[in-house]
Ligand binder design. Structure first.
Ligand SMILES: Nc1ncnc2c1ncn2[C@@H]1O[C@H](COP(=O)(O)OP(=O)(O)O)[C@@H](O)[C@H]1O
Ligand SMILES: O=C(OP(=O)(O)O)[C@H](O)COP(=O)(O)O
Length: 410
């Protein structure tokens, strides 16, 4: 079955969107530094759907998560700066509710006129949003549902999460996919169905435990898998190397050894770093040196050294592998690109993607932010997906709750 699309929404609510309160679930989870948005790509990506709804006179209740707060209000994860940015980009006032489903949200929504926009506070300030308990999630979804007459789900970056606003809410209200989700699904579906070979996937980033599991299902589909970023250290440790104070998922070592074995058996090229940039501490001005992958603790920093980027030999090898591929998907920065001293690996990989001859796709909030911050334009790549984990799970052929509930069947 295909996704229920935005153009079918009017008929689902009785003919016209004018005066209809439409909840729009976006992924506005943007990177922030000291309360300032460092990349507004996800806000921009949500604009086509929002504008289409505004043009039809809908009353918009925009909602999103930001970061991973612990189910309670936390000022550093407030959506207030995002609402401000949205207002600038839309060129219209955007009201902001200081809670998600409380008095402020109800009053703000009640005051909306046709074509007006409100943003409600971070969904994850409520434990029901991410609860594993169906009843608790459902109860929160019902509170959300009382704020609208219909739902447009457009937060592609979060469709792999069975969360109240992504899954349960879509079962309570007339619901369709927004334009962003429709575009993402269209591009990624082409990549899943029949990728032109050689097909290379590059993985990095810091959500190691989330993304390690993806590897098992991706491995049989790809020709090459390159592993950098925070994830690399669990692989290097599985090879028997010491990794100092670098990111390490100790309880995944056996699993990772299993992936290495699968890759060997199936003749898949699993390419691991041969060197890394090791720093004295997690700081932009930290002292740092390049060390071989089997000697990460043999620097002046000993066992307290932190691997914060792939090394130059690895960057060269990854770039060669990418340039000789016809289809490339990349999720997760190769290092802590936010600090210039640890951005070289990410830059080399991004540059190689722009030179790859076939389809190149970058996925993930931070990966997209990284390529822009490093000076690459969006159109240097075939597609920049707003979802990292979501696109990876899509590519591995997994059923995604936030898409299934909108009618999608892979
Ligand atoms: N070696 C490393 N150690 C710690 N953090 C890292 C390392 N390499 C990359 N990162 C961090 O990973 C983060 C992005 O990871 P992730 O959220 O998984 O990517 P995406 O949002 O693109 O899916 C960046 O903030 C980057 O600083
Ligand atoms: O940033 C996101 O995903 P990504 O880092 O995989 O691109 C999404 O907003 C989902 O966030 P989550 O991984 O906290 O559920």
């Amino acid at each position: 079955m295909a996704l229920r699309t935005l153009d079918t929404l009017p008929e689902r609510v009785g003919g016209s969107l004018a005066g209809t309160r439409v909840i729009v679930r976006c992924d506005l989870n943007v990177p922030l530094r000291d309360g300032v948005i460092t990349d507004d790509g996800r806000v921009r990506a949500s604009l086509p759907t929002l504008k289409a709804l505004i043009d039809q006179g809908a009353r918009l209740v925009v909602c999103s998560h930001l970061g991973r707060p612990a189910g309670a209000p936390d000022a550093k994860y407030s959506l207030a700066p995002v609402a401000e940015r949205l207002s600038e980009l839309l060129g219209t006032p955007v009201a902001f509710a200081t809670d998600t489903v409380g008095d402020s949200a109800r009053e703000t929504v009640a005051a909306l006129g046709d074509g007006d926009v409100a943003v409600i506070e971070n969904l994850r300030f409520n434990p029901g949003e991410t609860s594993k308990d169906d009843a608790e999630r459902d109860a929160f979804a019902r509170e959300l549902a009382s704020l609208g007459d219909a739902l447009v789900s457009d937060g592609f970056g979060v469709v792999h999460r069975k969360q109240a606003s992504v899954y349960d809410l879509a079962r309570l209200l007339p619901s369709v996919a927004g334009l962003l989700i429709a575009t993402e699904v269209d591009v990624l579906d082409r990549l899943t169905e029949n990728p032109e070979r050689p097909y290379t996937v590059v993985l990095g980033g810091s959500k190691v435990s989330d993304k390690l599991g993806v590897i098992q299902h991706l491995l049989p589909r790809v020709d090459k898998l390159l592993v950098g970023g925070g994830m690399m250290f669990t692989f290097l440790a599985a090879q028997g190397h010491k990794v100092g104070a670098s990111l390490l998922e100790k309880d995944q070592l056996d699993t990772v050894r299993g992936y290495m074995e699968t890759a060997r058996e199936r003749g898949i090229d699993l390419v691991l770093p041969v060197d890394a940039v090791v720093a004295a501490s997690f700081a932009a001005d930290a002292e740092h040196v390049v060390a071989d992958a089997d000697a990460l603790e043999d620097t002046a920093f000993g066992a307290s050294g932190l691997g914060l980027d792939i090394g130059p030999r690895t960057a060269e090898a990854f770039a060669d592998a990418i340039r000789s591929s016809t289809t490339v998907f990349w999720n997760g920065p190769m290092g802590v690109f936010e600090m210039p001293a640890f951005a070289a690996g990410t830059k080399a990989v991004a540059q190689a993607l722009t030179e790859a001859k076939g389809l190149s796709v970058v996925g993930g909030g931070d990966s997209a932010a990284a390529v822009r911050q490093l000076g690459f334009s969006d159109d240097s790549f075939g597609h920049i997906s707003t979802g990292g984990g979501a696109s990876l799970e899509f590519l591995e052929g997994k059923k995604l709750p936030g898409l299934e509930v909108l009618g999608w069947e892979q």
